[in-house]
Design a protein around this ligand. Structure first.
Ligand SMILES: Cc1cc2nc3c(=O)[nH]c(=O)nc-3n(C[C@H](O)[C@H](O)[C@H](O)COP(=O)(O)OP(=O)(O)OC[C@H]3O[C@@H](n4cnc5c(N)ncnc54)[C@H](O)[C@@H]3O)c2cc1C
Length: 353
């Protein structure tokens, strides 16, 4: 990202509504009926963000998943030059324009367009995004919120997938979040968000019930269960990595054939187990489920084996992993046998759009 691209885009987004209008009319002048007017704001914000850069690879993958779908849904591929020109013209309208900026935006718009063309080929069919109303916002722990959202139209997703999410407070920034539930009859989804920086802080500290979010097409995060496989499951979660694993537990609960599931939930202390009430409810409801809190800084736990560093409460599972399907997500500080001790499990790689 060059600083000039980023700052010119930030300036343009200060007038987001006018910019969306200008962009839509610029497209409409050249190719009438191409883009629905109601889509212009979200579309422009995403395309401008992609062109001006600033996201990590996962954030960029989320943008491409959304834009790839939008290009496919509205058959925009043959009109790429129109869209690139409209993007550049929109930025030009909002700041002192120079030949250098014009050349930079021409190039950036072309590169963004090429990336989206590739994503559109890989994207499946369906809507590019789903408006969703926040119906509950619960500050579940230090820097963590549980948001329940109701999409205006049902969002089809599988437990273990992740969904690109964007808030109007940061237009154009799309981030992956994993639904913490299996699909529900009322179509609602629950997200567990830890405040890190821009988008997640807004979701935790600023978003309120009644606010609108945008959800993009769900993507695989390497966590989906094979419904034909009945092997027992060992799931290990740290922090909000619990979300997709709780969704998998709910999926097992809804399936006709039961498999034994052990869910290890890593946290520093008991009060950091931000979803304890739902976990307790699940544990009480299902005798095939064993939930094991692994607390790294719990004063009542026996001391760890490696000197002064605090360790999770030992969990006697390492001897039983043969024949189990194992999934782990998040920064779990889980007890492991010394030979197997390694770096904490990371989130899976971002889904390929
Ligand atoms: C498949 C997938 C599923 C995800 N599911 C969830 C989820 O259910 N709940 C959830 O809270 N988050 C989840 N994330 C992370 C989420 O997508 C965002 O990356 C995170 O919320 C930060 O976004 P941001 O806009 O606040 O910060 P950004 O502006 O994107 O990030 C600022 C900086 O912080 C770094 N960063 C990102 N995440 C972390 C972190 N956890 N700890 C330390 N540094 C970090 C980034 O690399 C970047 O350098 C998931 C990510 C992926 C790839």
């Amino acid at each position: 990202m060059t600083a000039a691209l980023a700052s010119s885009w930030t300036l343009t987004m200060r007038y987001a509504r006018q910019a969306a209008n200008h962009f839509w009319y610029a497209v409409e002048d050249r190719s009438p009926g191409l883009l629905p007017e109601r889509m212009a704001g979200v579309f422009l914000a995403a395309l401008g963000r992609l062109a001006s850069g600033g996201d990590d690879p996962a954030g960029r993958a989320a943008l491409l998943a959304v834009l790839g779908r939008a290009y496919r849904q509205h058959r925009l591929l043959p009109h790429q030059r129109t869209i690139e020109a409209a993007l550049t013209a929109t930025v030009a309208r909002h700041l002192p324009w120079t030949p250098e900026l014009a050349a930079m935006w021409d190039r950036a718009a072309g590169q963004a367009s090429a990336a989206v063309a590739g994503a559109a080929e890989r994207a499946g069919d369906g809507p590019a995004w789903w408006p969703a109303e926040v119906i509950e916002h619960h500050r579940a722990g230090e820097g963590v919120a549980i948001l329940t959202v109701r999409p205006w139209r049902r969002l089809p997703f599988q437990p273990g997938q992740a969904v690109p999410v964007s808030t109007e407070r940061w237009p154009g920034r799309w981030r992956w979040y994993s639904p913490a539930n299996a699909p529900r009859p009322d179509g609602t989804l629950e997200f567990h968000v830890r405040a890190v920086a821009a988008v997640s802080r807004a979701l935790v500290h600023a978003v309120r019930p009644g606010d609108l979010l945008w959800l993009g097409p769900p993507g695989d995060a390497g966590l989906r269960l094979d419904p034909t496989c009945g092997a027992d499951l060992l799931l290990a979660a740290g922090g909000t990595g619990l979300a997709p694993l709780r969704a998998l537990v709910e999926q097992v609960a809804a399936a006709p054939a039961r498999r034994r599931v052990t869910l290890i939930v890593g946290a520093r202390t008991f009060t950091d187990l931000y979803d304890a009430i739902s976990l307790d409810r699940l544990q009480r409801a299902h005798d095939w489920l064993t939930i094991v809190p692994a607390l790294s800084h719990d004063v009542s736990a026996p001391p760890g084996g490696a000197g002064r560093r605090p360790h999770a409460r030992p969990v006697p599972l390492h001897a039983r992993t043969g024949g189990l399907r194992v999934r782990s997500v998040g920064h779990a500080c889980l007890g492991r046998p010394p030979a197997a001790r390694r770096r904490p499990a990371r989130r899976p790689a971002p889904p390929r759009p």
